[in-house]
Design a protein around this ligand. Structure first.
Ligand code: ATP
Ligand code: MG
Length: 286
């Protein structure tokens, strides 16, 4: 269900830090076609040996990403196995994770943020049509392929990364760390991941996009499990239509969350490009 890549065909470059279960590197994939050498820049995700018992789940994520194709979904070239090493070979995305990008303080316009949200919603519609649950949507897993012009509003281009190790395999502590992205019902039953769970995560991710990539629970009184136990909501945006959309997605009753098409429709009806100035004016007076 996925392409096997020979370890010898990979070149390793600088380390790009660690993920929850992975060590990440920039690298290159070398291919010879008709006697000609082709070099492709890649992102190498090596499963940490401490988690090697999760390799099946790790490869399942790779397999999922290789089977489906969408312009806003990260491309996975395949996997490579070498001794104890399990490696996912991915497309290298220039500007890295969106949360870090936003945290760096780059000023981005409202229409830029809306574009990112719409692109993510379009992936959600695609996944819903294929009946595929992603299971780990958050700004960290949105990669920025094109910056656009963040202040002038020319469009960015994002790609949703792989979900990584399935939530079913994760310890309770790791799941608690995923609050508020993980849907509350997953806490009760991690194997009960549904399309509705992705909508909750989408809501939390849109919140991040519009709050400079900040951690949503930062500064809140009730954290982690308590946040869900008392059915808390994230601090609402001053933009009431946006706040309304986020709270619809983050409805504790999974069945009440909107359809993906409705999500996109609502995003489209929000103030769009050219009206950034109006938005700023509105915010000044609220
Ligand atoms: P998790 O399963 O928890 O998401 P991960 O292995 O995907 O873990 P991340 O923390 O999501 O690791 O990503 C680590 C960093 O690597 C990110 O901050 C991002 O900047 C960068 N990164 C991830 N994927 C890519 C990619 N395909 N191209 C370029 N940079 C990437
Ligand atoms: Mg990731």
């Amino acid at each position: 269900q996925f392409h096997m890549i020979k370890y010898e065909d990979l070149k390793w470059d600088e380390s790009l830090g660690q993920g929850s279960f992975t060590r990440n590197f920039k690298g290159y994939k070398i291919e010879i076609h008709d006697g000609k050498k082709h070099v492709t820049e890649v992102f190498l995700k090596e499963l940490d040996v401490a988690h090697k018992n999760c390799w099946e789940s790790f490869f399942e994520a790779a397999s999922l990403m290789s089977q489906i194709s969408h312009k806003h979904l990260l491309h996975v070239y395949g996997v490579s196995v070498h001794g104890v090493k399990n490696i996912m070979v991915q497309e290298f995305v220039e500007y890295g994770a969106l949360d870090l990008y936003l945290k760096r303080g780059t000023s981005v316009s409202v229409s830029w943020k809306l574009d990112v949200a719409k692109q993510l919603a379009s992936v959600l519609i695609f996944l819903e049509e294929q009946n595929i649950v992603h299971g780990n949507i958050c700004a960290k897993n949105l990669l920025l392929a094109r910056e656009g012009d963040p202040s002038q509003g020319s469009s960015p281009f994002i790609k949703l990364s792989d979900p990584g190790i399935s939530v079913v395999m994760l310890g309770q502590d790791v799941i608690l760390d995923r609050i508020p992205w993980v849907a509350p019902e997953v806490l009760e039953a991690p194997d009960n991941l549904t399309l509705e769970c992705d909508k909750w995560s989408f809501g939390a991710t849109v919140w991040e996009i519009f709050n400079s990539g900040n951690n949503p629970l930062q500064g809140l009184e009730l954290k982690q499990r308590k946040f869900y136990e008392s059915c808390q909501q994230l601090p609402p945006s001053q933009w009431t239509e946006l706040a309304d959309l986020i709270s619809q997605c983050m409805d504790y009753r999974a069945a009440f969350r909107p359809s993906c098409r409705s999500i996109l429709r609502q995003l489209n009806s929000l103030i769009t490009s050219g009206n950034d100035h109006m938005y700023n004016v509105i915010c000044m007076f609220i």
